[in-house]
Write a protein that binds this ligand. Structure first.
Ligand code: BGC
Length: 743
């Protein structure tokens, strides 16, 4: 839990004082100045336009975004402090999503670490670096649950699961905001996009979302609730239409849920121009109505747009809105400015902060990348590669040496000059003992030009092992970069098949911004390391794993489908009235020609894809082997309000020390609304020495079993529960317990 202005920080301003100062300041403000605080202006340049300087001077601008030149931010603050009537400092926003200059893995990759400590540390590094420029507010974390890998922004998300996204989202908030938001090296966080954005139809960015309220509350809202409870200072609305009312005008979300039910005291910013877009959605006829809908719903600040600037005064004058509404919005914004300590410390001295891309930052980036790599397959233990046994290795593929691409999407400030590529890192690691050849083979991941394939095959033939660097460039994921076909683009699958024919051991390292469908290559390579877009230090992390310096330990934060038609496919699905099983599934090729109607089981599967994914949520192999035994519950029955301990013994049966992520899933067998077949309720990253056995315990309170029921209130129902512990969502070691009503 982030305690803003905690007593630990002696110089912080106490909450009481902040409230008094907010109200005192509000009392002095003109209406124009109030509306100014609600307006955020895009800077985008490193010089100051007259209109911007005038706007700040006259109190018509409360916030700016997209300026990272410290001389400019300091000058803008100076104008605000010294030349505006009330001297209110600016809140300076920027998308610092997974690092600033030093780039961590994309958030989806960070989610594969299942490690809140490294995720928090990554956000700390990002905050420290961003703060050197005068940025004091990041538009992160993005905690939209997404179950659709076609959606380009799944890269920015923490995956498909509400619990994992909640834990890691909170870690990011804590990392950005630190223990004292007013410190020079902490910045305000912004949980986005409230809410439901990740459910865009067919994964097409900005498309409509249709989420029943019960699903919204049980799946999409929990990460936001967790972020609010952790003290996140701001939220951003979603671009999308939620059940007929775009999120930016959604009173149910922004007033009822966020403010009335959760008691959020920070402020809400629109997404980029999303207030004016209410008209394009077809909700309003003009900007005035858009401003009305947004402000009434509870959008406190408009990001890049002038619907508020041009219309709020008139709405007030016409009696459409009350001044209280404006005052509440402005108070929220001022409160965050006070909490940030901007009135005391508006200027930035970059020299007083740690240098960019320092050793500690790079070490964090490497650790995060190391823990994010997921080993999907490893046939015949081809990995780790042994340098001593390999005279020569062929590195082939478009992503072995792509310093910019490995950084991934949303890296406005990410600096490829700090990137260490896999090629560079492998060269360093293997030294002179092993001969390395490198061929890009395809100009880009999308290229269909196979002209270089003969040379690639020749390189493979001449080598003892081949490492293919495949995947997607960063441009293929991220905002407005959705795909309908999520297999390896271009001629990459063909490259794999050609290399396979050489008979050499083939390892595929895949760099990508989303889960891909890998059915067409999975049987043509001996091992797959899925490295996401691993960031600045992706190369050394991948090299260490390839050559066994470290064991892979990442686990999938999202299900990998066999084919795109299975989407949405996720582990915590509902059972249905006709759940599929191995006995009911018939493949389309096996339909009995004599009795076609009888031969297929009547259950919920696809004739051509079955019902299982290629790789389940939570999956990830290690060089070590972990044996799970003796799952047990501390009691067979507990009462509502009590806790139970679920334990398991885990043994590392190998001679390799490694991390394992131990996962606890439960199923509530009967609910007044149907419950998922499994739900993640706990996880622990543990380190086991060779032969070591440990007991891993999870404490579950009956509140942890709560869900939103038929009337959409939070309840825990008495009844029977199953619990599984294992190394993925397919774990089969199970126990159970009963929850009884309280006395
Ligand atoms: C994105 C936001 C982002 C904003 C500012 C929008 O297009 O949806 O996530 O924070 O731009 O760059």
């Amino acid at each position: 839990m982030v305690v803003i202005n905690s007593s630990i920080a002696e110089e912080s301003v106490s909450e009481d004082t902040i409230e008094q100062r907010v109200h005192a300041l509000l009392g002095q403000m003109t209406l124009a100045e109030k509306i100014g605080q609600m307006s955020q202006v895009n800077v985008g340049d490193s010089y100051i336009h007259d209109y911007l300087a005038d706007g700040i001077r006259s109190g018509r601008v409360g916030s700016v975004l997209n300026v990272v030149d410290v001389a400019v931010t300091n000058e803008l603050q100076r104008i605000a402090i010294e030349e505006s009537r009330l001297g209110i400092p600016l809140v300076v926003g920027r998308d610092v999503i997974h690092g600033f200059k030093t780039v961590m893995p994309i958030p989806l990759g960070q989610a594969a670490t299942w490690n809140p400590i490294i995720v928090r540390e990554g956000a700390r590094v990002a905050a420290r670096e961003a703060a050197t420029t005068g940025v004091n507010w990041t538009f992160a974390p993005m905690i939209d649950v997404s179950r659709d890998p076609r959606w380009g922004r799944i890269a920015e998300s923490l995956g498909e699961d509400p619990y994992l996204a909640s834990v890691l989202g909170v870690a990011m908030v804590e990392g950005f905001q630190g223990e004292d938001l007013s410190a020079a090296d902490t910045i305000a966080a912004c949980a986005k996009h409230f809410a439901g954005y990740g459910a865009a139809e067919s994964g097409r960015d900005y498309a409509t979302t249709n989420i029943p309220e019960n699903e919204l509350r049980n799946v999409y809202l929990p990460p936001f609730k967790a972020a609010v409870d952790a003290g996140v200072t701001t939220l951003m609305t979603s671009f999308s239409d939620v059940d007929g009312v775009p999120a930016t005008a959604n009173r149910f979300l922004l007033r009822q849920v966020l403010r009335d039910e959760w008691g959020f005291e920070g402020f809400v910013v629109s997404d980029w121009d999303s207030i004016r877009q209410l008209q394009i959605h077809g909700l309003t006829a003009d900007d005035r109505e858009s401003a009305f809908e947004a402000v009434v719903a509870g959008v406190d600040m408009e990001m890049h747009g002038d619907a508020y600037t041009n219309n709020l005064a008139k709405l007030l004058e016409d009696g459409r809105i009350d001044l209280d509404l404006i005052d509440d919005a402005v108070a929220r914004i001022l409160r965050v400015k006070f909490e940030l300590g901007l009135f005391e410390r508006p200027y930035t001295d970059p020299v007083a902060l740690p240098p960019i891309a320092n050793d500690e930052a790079l070490a964090t980036a490497k650790q995060a990348a190391l823990q994010s790599v997921v080993m999907l397959t490893n046939e015949h233990h081809v990995l780790p590669l042994e340098v001593r046994k390999l005279g020569s290795i062929a590195l082939i593929g478009p992503l072995a040496d792509a310093p910019y691409e490995q950084l991934g999407t949303w890296i406005f400030d990410g600096d490829p000059q700090y990137s260490v590529t896999p090629l560079e890192a492998i060269r360093r690691l293997v030294g002179d003992e092993t001969e390395l050849t490198y061929l890009r083979a395809l100009k880009t991941s999308r290229s269909r030009d196979t002209a270089a394939f003969d040379e690639a095959v020749a390189n493979a033939n001449a080598a003892d092992a081949v490492i293919l660097f495949l995947g997607e460039e960063s441009i293929l994921s991220g905002e407005a970069h959705s795909r309908a076909d999520i297999s390896l683009p271009g001629a990459q699958a063909e490259l794999v098949k050609r290399i396979r024919q050489t008979g050499k051991p083939v390892v595929a390292v895949i760099l990508a911004g989303r889960p891909l469908t890998l059915s067409n290559i999975v049987d043509h390579v001996d091992a797959i390391l899925f490295a996401w877009h691993p960031g600045t230090m992706g190369g050394p992390a991948i090299a260490d794993i390839l050559f066994g310096v470290e064991s892979p330990s990442g686990k999938l934060p999202a299900t990998f489908p066999r084919m795109v038609g299975q989407i949405p496919i996720y582990y915590s699905q509902k059972n249905t009235g006709k759940p599929p099983s191995p006995d009911t599934v018939v493949h389309i090729d096996d339909i009995d020609p004599h009795a076609p109607q009888l031969s297929t089981g009547m259950s919920a599967f696809h004739l051509d894809a079955g019902y299982t994914p290629l790789f389940p949520f939570g999956h990830g192999l290690s060089y070590a082997y972990f044996d799970y035994q003796d799952i047990r519950a501390s009691a067979s029955e507990i009462r509502l309000g009590e806790s139970i301990r679920i334990s398991v013994d885990v043994t590392n049966t190998s001679d390799i020390a490694a991390d394992e992520i131990v996962q606890l899933y439960i199923r509530d067998l009967v609910g007044n609304v149907t419950r998922p077949v499994r739900e993640l309720k706990g996880f622990k990253r543990v380190h086991l020495a060779p032969g070591q056995q440990i007991t891993v315990d999870f404490q579950l309170h009956t509140d942890d079993l709560a869900f939103y029921g038929r009337d959409n209130t939070l309840i825990t129902e008495p009844g029977d529960f199953h619990a599984w512990i294992g190394g993925s969502s397919a774990a089969d070691l199970r126990t159970g317990f009963r929850v009884l009503a309280s006395d």
